[in-house]
Write a protein that binds this ligand. Sequence first.
Ligand SMILES: Cc1cc2nc3c(=O)[nH]c(=O)nc-3n(C[C@H](O)[C@H](O)[C@H](O)COP(=O)(O)OP(=O)(O)OC[C@H]3O[C@@H](n4cnc5c(N)ncnc54)[C@H](O)[C@@H]3O)c2cc1C
Length: 322
Amino acid sequence: MSQTFVVVAETRGGKLRQVSLETAAAASLSAQPDDRIAAVLLGSGVSAFAGELAAAGVSTVYVVDHPALEAYRPDAYLAALRKVFEHVPPDAVYLGHTAIGRDLAPAVAAALDAGQISDVTAIERKGDRVVFTRPLYAGKAFEKKTFERGPWVVTVRPNNIKAIEADGSPCETVTVDYPAPSLRSVVKDVVKKMSGKIDLAEAKIIVSGGRGVKSADGFKPLEALAAVLGGAVGASRGACDAGYCDYALQIGQTGKVVTPELYIACGISGAIQHLAGMSSSRVIVAINKDPEAPIFKVADYGIVGDLFEVVPLLTEEFRKLL
Ligand SMILES: Cc1cc2nc3c(=O)[nH]c(=O)nc-3n(C[C@H](O)[C@H](O)[C@H](O)COP(=O)(O)OP(=O)(O)OC[C@H]3O[C@@H](n4cnc5c(N)ncnc54)[C@H](O)[C@@H]3O)c2cc1C
């Protein structure tokens, strides 16, 4: 029997988030040819993004456009999703493993009496089963899991599953009425703290600083390198605790989990809690003056040296190349 996979898409700063296209690809990888991939766009002024989802293999986009959905509120979003599920009862719901996805997924699972697998990094369809891979023990091991029965809810880690470009098959847009329910929460203000314009979780290149940068000013050479490479700046908790940068930049077990193509760790020792947030990066470069620093054990390329000499040299050389 054909199944319906529903992708909950996210927008931010007037754009559809890349992770939503990856989540649509995750749903496609889980589906069989006669299954249906639908997506939900929740927010205010979001209908314009339906076309982008169509290009990612989605056949129907359900749009709930309402001022009450402008900023994320779990009760408002869940109420809107319940409305959508009246139109399209899902066999599976896929969300990004983002701040919103992590908050909303358990509520969706409870609403559907569904099982949930979080932080999925790979998906394989094996006959009737879909096998999900997810990291364990701060990325030291991976487990493969499947569901005995549906419905199920899955969150997909950003930057792991490649977005697909579909063949341009037609996509239907359905506007869903949303009489805003009486909500318990109110968003008073959204305080944005990001490393420049690029979202750390979705950045392809990250230049990260640790306690070795020694001061807030010590981040300036790292910012210059990130700017030349078109990347974002991140940090270890050591740097955040020392007051050199904002906790919004923290990467690791209690910070953000990132999977960029290139991670440049500058003056970071490589504590297990930091590795938990970045060890799945495709290429890791470590710059540290201590040749015994544990970060070198996970690094693909290591530079033993003073970051204040090495980083400006790299910036200069990349500037010539790019
Ligand atoms: C429950 C818990 C959760 C945690 N969560 C996180 C987390 O999410 N993220 C995280 O990062 N940490 C986390 N930590 C902290 C973690 O254990 C480490 O303390 C922290 O990562 C160390 O930060 P650091 O590498 O910047 O500092 P340090 O360990 O002090 O390392 C600084 C490094 O800089 C090098 N250095 C110094 N000067 C220079 C220079 N001029 N040039 C080049 N290299 C230089 C030194 O050789 C050293 O290796 C957590 C800890 C606990 C207990």
